[in-house]
Design a protein around this ligand. Structure first.
Ligand SMILES: Nc1ncnc2c1ncn2[C@@H]1O[C@H](COP(=O)(O)OP(=O)(O)OP(=O)(O)O)[C@@H](O)[C@H]1O
Length: 312
């Protein structure tokens, strides 16, 4: 397995659970989407995988392995994994790029750390990739700073950095959020092309089921830190069984909904299914919530699932 997460639980320092228990497996070349609205714990998962949890959040239970190596948070042991075989495309390129470093310095950073490659050698090697990403590889462009290029270019610089050491697995955290629809389409096509060419696996984190369905074969639906449904992308889109997946699908299709609730703060979440306060099919049993039904890769956790038609 490229990535294997086993019962991972993330909590706040005061003991409030933010994510999990979450288990998932990614084989080489897998295209897995993790979908859920803001606050469901998606970014925290990405941070945990890179040993970069924010202050006040800790890994309370569980473990994960990347290419068979158990990552336990001691950075030195994993230097060759982070940024090397496993790379990260962050949510906010402007925040991820350093304002005082030129594009040249950004692009040469990981090759220098991972391969001890001199900057000019690295930039020469990366030149076809930059071309593929439609980023100019000339001196004038590479001497620019992040605020001197467009949002779409910044996103592609982050992608070029992530790909700079030929990773086998990418974690993409909402990579298209800051892009307008045309540039977004462009980015999705680019990623699909690169994925095919390089046999890349990825974990694509997004709140947008429409995006996930275009770039992923398999989807996990997360809400309030809990996994609600998992399945092949096509099956989930054709017949969502959890009412929350159905709601996400309506949103992706811009269909009107009578449901207008929001995700409560972690300390205010109900016992049982976190979606129940908003769920049109809610019943008493949702408060105790039975176990996961079905296969880990194709199943759900719901007391009153939709019956295959996708209609509540
Ligand atoms: N440093 C922190 N201390 C305490 N709680 C935090 C911290 N960082 C995040 N959280 C909480 O953890 C939960 C999950 O946050 P996370 O950023 O992973 O959500 P998300 O699904 O990625 O949302 P978004 O799409 O908006 O980034 C939220 O309730 C958030 O308030």
């Amino acid at each position: 397995m490229s990535l294997s997460i086993n019962g991972l639980v993330l909590k706040r320092a005061d003991g409030v659970r933010l994510l999990g228990p979450l288990s998932l497996n990614l084989a080489p070349g897998d295209r897995l989407g993790l979908v859920g609205e803001s606050g469901s714990g998606k970014s925290l998962l990405a941070h945990a995988l890179f040993g970069a949890l924010p202050k006040g959040v800790l890994q309370a239970e569980g473990s994960f392995r990347v290419f068979g190596i158990g990552l336990d948070g001691t950075r030195s042991k994993h230097n060759l994994t982070w940024g090397g075989r496993l790379a990260w495309v962050p949510q906010d390129p402007l925040a991820a790029l350093h304002p005082m470093l030129s594009l040249r310095e950004h692009l040469a950073l990981l090759p220098g750390l991972q391969r001890r490659e001199p900057p000019e050698t690295a930039l020469g090697r990366l030149s076809p990739l930059l071309e593929r990403l439609r980023l100019p590889a000339d001196r004038a462009f590479l001497d620019r700073f992040p605020h001197q290029i467009s949002g779409g270019q910044r996103q592609r610089v982050c992608l070029a950095m992530a790909l700079s050491c030929d990773p086998e697995l990418l974690v993409l955290d909402e990579p298209t959020t800051a892009l307008d629809p045309l540039v977004q389409r462009d980015f999705l096509d680019l990623m699909l092309g690169l994925q095919k060419e390089r046999g890349l696996g990825y974990l694509w984190i997004t709140h947008d089921l429409a995006v996930a369905s275009q770039v992923c074969d398999r989807l996990l639906v997360l809400y309030g830190g809990e996994l609600l449904e998992a399945g092949p992308a096509r099956a989930l889109l054709a017949t969502p069984r959890h009412p929350y997946t159905h709601r996400l699908l309506e949103a992706a299709r811009h269909q009107p909904s009578t449901e207008s609730g929001f995700l409560p703060a972690p300390q205010d979440r109900a016992e049982g299914c976190p979606f129940q306060p908003r769920c049109p099919r809610r019943q008493n049993a949702c408060g105790s919530w039975g176990p996961w039904r079905g296969d880990p890769d194709h199943g759900l956790r719901c007391e009153r699932p939709l019956e295959g038609t996708g209609q509540p």
